[in-house]
Design a protein around this ligand. Structure first.
Ligand SMILES: [Mn+2]
Length: 334
C-alpha cells in the first residue's frame, strides 16, 4: 500500500506545481496528468501540465481550457525554475521527460514519480510512488484521490478513465481486472461519455497512419515457428506517406493480433543513428528483459527501447536477442 497521505502532505505544502509525462505521450500519461491537474486546480494551486511533445490529435478532448502545453524553453523555463514540486506520470524512464527533466534537475526541484513502471531514474526522484500491479498510472491517481477523499468530478474522471481504457487496450489486455471495471463504472457515474472517448482515441486515425500500415503489412516477417513476427519502418517510408512518429503507435499490437504470433517486434528508424524498438507479447513469453538489455524497459508483455545503431544493425541485434530469449524461456517452460 503506497503512502498516499504523504503525497497529499507534499502537495499541500506546494503552491506552484508542474505536471508532466513522457515524450510521445499516451492516454495514460496525459489522462493521469489531467486528472491530477483538475484536482489541484480545485485546491487553488498554480499548476500547469507541460510535456515535451506535440499533443496527439486523438487526445485533444482532454485539453479542456488548453491545459496541456507543449514545452517551449522561452515560454516555460522561468516558470519551471520557480515550481515547488513536479509530479511526473507514467514516465518509465526519466530521460523521456527530455529538456523538462533537465530543467527540473538543474533547478533542484522536488520531483515525485507516480508510475506503474519500474523506476529507471538513477535517483532523480525525491519520492517514488510505484505500483507495478496497477493496470495504469490512471488507476494510481484514482487510488490517491480515494485515499484523500476527493470528490470525483467529470473532468477528473475523464482523465482517469482515459488512462485505464488506453493502457488496457479498451479492457482487453491481460492487465484488465475487476478493479479497472469498477473504476470505469465510477467514472461513468461521474459523467464520462465512454463512446465519445472511444471515438476520439480509436476512430481518429490519420491518413498517414493508414498509408504507413499499408506499407508495412506486406513486409511482416516471421520466424520458422511463426511465434515471432517483426517489421521495420525506415525514414523513407515515413516520408513517402508523410507520417510522423506517433503514427506508428499501435502497429506492434496489430501484428501481435495475428494467429500464432506470440511476440511482435517493431523497429522504427529515427534520427541520430537511433531506432525505436517496441515489443508486444501475447503472454507466453516475457519481453521486458529484452527491452532492458537494449537500455529500455516496460511491462512483462509490452516494452520498448531506443537503441543505438542503423536500422539493419538494430534489427540484427534485436532478432538475435529476442530469439535467444524465446529459446531460453522455452527451456524453462519444459
Ligand atoms: Mn501507463
Amino acid at each position: 500500500m503506497l503512502d498516499w497521505k504523504s503525497l497529499h502532505k507534499t502537495i499541500d505544502g506546494a503552491d506552484r506545481i508542474l505536471l508532466s509525462t513522457h515524450e510521445n505521450p499516451d492516454g495514460d500519461g496525459l489522462g493521469s496528468a489531467c486528472a491530477m491537474y483538475h484536482y489541484l486546480q480545485g485546491q487553488g494551486k498554480d499548476c500547469r501540465i507541460i510535456q515535451i511533445s506535440e499533443l496527439p490529435f486523438e487526445y485533444e478532448f482532454l485539453n479542456t481550457g488548453q491545459a496541456i502545453e507543449t514545452y517551449n524553453a522561452d515560454i516555460h523555463n522561468e516558470w519551471i525554475s520557480q515550481v515547488d514540486l513536479a509530479l511526473i506520470f507514467d514516465v518509465g524512464d526519466y530521460r523521456r521527460t527530455r529538456q523538462i527533466g533537465e530543467e527540473l534537475a538543474s533547478n533542484n526541484i522536488h520531483i515525485v514519480n507516480i508510475d506503474h513502471h519500474p523506476d529507471l531514474s538513477d535517483g532523480r526522484f525525491a519520492d517514488n510512488f510505484i505500483n507495478m500491479e496497477a493496470a495504469a498510472t490512471g488507476e494510481m491517481v484514482y487510488d490517491f484521490l480515494k485515499a484523500v477523499n476527493v470528490y470525483m468530478t467529470k473532468e477528473i474522471a475523464e482523465g482517469i478513465y482515459t488512462g485505464i481504457v488506453t493502457d488496457t487496450g479498451s479492457f482487453s489486455y491481460s492487465n484488465t481486472n475487476q478493479k479497472c471495471h469498477h473504476i470505469a463504472v465510477e467514472c461513468i457515474e461521474a459523467g464520462v461519455n465512454t463512446y465519445q472517448i472511444y471515438q476520439s482515441v480509436y476512430e481518429n486515425r490519420s491518413k498517414g497512419r493508414v498509408a504507413l500500415l499499408g506499407l508495412i503489412i506486406n513486409k511482416i516477417e516471421y520466424n520458422k515457428t511463426g511465434e515471432l513476427a517483426w517489421f521495420t519502418i525506415d525514414k523513407s517510408m515515413m516520408a513517402q506517406v508523410n507520417a510522423n512518429q506517433t503514427d506508428v503507435d499501435g502497429f506492434t499490437d496489430f501484428v501481435r493480433k495475428i494467429r500464432g504470433v506470440e511476440v511482435a517486434v517493431m523497429i522504427v528508424e529515427k534520427d541520430n543513428n537511433t531506432c525505436r524498438v517496441n515489443f508486444r507479447s501475447k503472454g507466453k513469453y516475457i519481453i521486458n528483459g529484452i527491452a532492458k538489455s537494449l537500455g529500455g524497459g516496460g511491462h512483462k508483455l509490452a516494452a520498448g527501447a531506443e537503441a543505438q545503431g542503423s536500422l539493419d544493425e538494430v534489427l540484427q541485434s534485436v532478432l538475435s536477442s529476442t530469439r535467444a530469449s524465446i529459446e531460453e524461456q522455452n527451456r524453462k517452460i519444459i
